[in-house]
Design a protein around this ligand. Structure first.
Ligand code: KG4
Ligand code: ZN
Length: 340
């Protein structure tokens, strides 16, 4: 019988300090997520310098809590997984140095994990992914359509040409002065409004690419025009109109990509996968078209270390681990999930 593999995972790429222990890639033994969103809320977005300082303060507290929660000692794990990019460099460095220190002290190998691979593998915590599959990755930094023929093989067929979809949500929330992070707030507001504003459906073409900066500018122009005409903005209606355009184009291009590539398995990944309307619409369309849909549960949609541990299991088995002494810089500025 194969020995169980316990992975300690660390994720500090943006404003969540998160650590977890994951068994065999799919079972979360324990996890800790320390969010900084309240701190960054007053700035209307993440301030990188403040994020790094808070990671530095929180990382040891999070690790201590993880040891208590899991009943395991760090020396008992088989590998240490850490997000190596993409993300805020100062924030990534805190997680990387924590991983390197633990690896050095306990003589445990390090597994560097691409943040987006983590988001995709969050699905494996629900049910094992089936290949070939298409994944729609929607987060604060990414909007991509990726085909996977097998574990840890990523073929990007489309991506945003400008803003990521989560970024557009956060910017529209700032324009409406409703707080940060914007996604969940706009999602709530959209439920209460009606689609009364005339906004464009962005990049409605034959490609698999997306574009959200034009839609964001349309919202900005609309707000400015209404202000000049001394008209009140119906914020909930604007949220509904914006969200309808976003969900329509995401679902339309995803369903076409599935059909054109004859793929019958879809994974929705990333922070925006928490969006209720996007989940509902994809569920409906997938049911109608006999596509199996896999969506992580809510807590594994936004940034967390468990997803990094889930991806690391496959990376480790493919031999991606590194001995601490030989490890060069593992920061990935290339922003591309590739098969090594
Ligand atoms: O994956 P994630 O936690 O961090 C990145 O890797 O970027 O995604 C964060 C993004 C933010 O832009 C946030 O506004 C968005 O996900 N988000 C949502 C929802 N929950 C989080 N967007 C739309 N609807 C939601 N319910
Ligand atoms: Zn993320």
């Amino acid at each position: 019988m194969k020995k169980d593999l316990f992975i300690l995972a660390i994720e500090t790429s943006c404003d969540e300090t998160s650590v977890a222990i994951v068994k065999n890639g799919y079972q979360e033994i324990a996890s800790v997520i320390m969010s900084q969103s309240e701190i960054h809320n007053k700035y209307g977005g993440v301030v990188p310098e403040i994020a790094s300082r808070n990671h530095e303060m929180n990382i040891t507290i999070a690790l201590e809590e993880l040891v208590l929660k899991s009943g395991l000692l760090i020396k008992d794990v088989d590998a240490i997984a850490v997000t190596h990019g993409p993300g805020l460099i100062g924030s990534l460095l805190v997680g990387l140095m924590a991983a390197k220190t633990l690896s050095f002290l306990n003589d445990i190998p390090i597994v560097p994990v691409h943040h987006i691979a983590g988001h995709i593998y969050a699905s494996n915590l629900e049910k094992p992914m089936q290949f070939p599959l298409l994944t729609l990755v929607v987060s604060g930094g990414h909007t991509e359509l990726i085909i996977m023929q097998e574990d840890y093989s990523f073929q990007k067929i489309g991506a945003t040409l400008d803003d990521a979809v989560g970024e557009a949500y956060d910017k529209v929330a700032r324009l409406l002065e409703v707080g940060y992070p914007g996604g969940p707030i706009i999602d709530q507001m959209a439920k209460k409004g009606e689609d009364t504003y005339d906004l464009p459906l962005p990049l409605d073409d034959k490609s698999y690419n997306f574009s959200f900066s034009g839609l964001k500018s349309a919202v900005s122009n609309l707000i400015n025009n209404e202000k000049q005409r001394k008209k009140e903005i119906r914020k909930n209606d604007l949220a509904t109109s914006f969200q309808n355009r976003v969900v329509t184009i995401l679902v339309k291009k995803t369903m076409r990509a599935l059909e054109e590539h004859q793929i019958e398995y879809l994974v929705l990944a990333g922070g925006v996968a928490a969006n209720k309307q996007l989940r509902k619409e994809l569920k409906k369309q997938c049911q109608e078209n006999n596509i199996e849909l896999s969506i992580p549960n809510f807590e594994h949609c936004t940034d967390n270390a468990t997803m990094i541990g889930a991806a690391a299991f496959f990376a480790y088995n493919l031999g991606h681990s590194q001995n601490n002494f030989k490890a060069k810089s593992v920061i990935d500025l290339n922003d591309k999930p590739t098969k090594k």
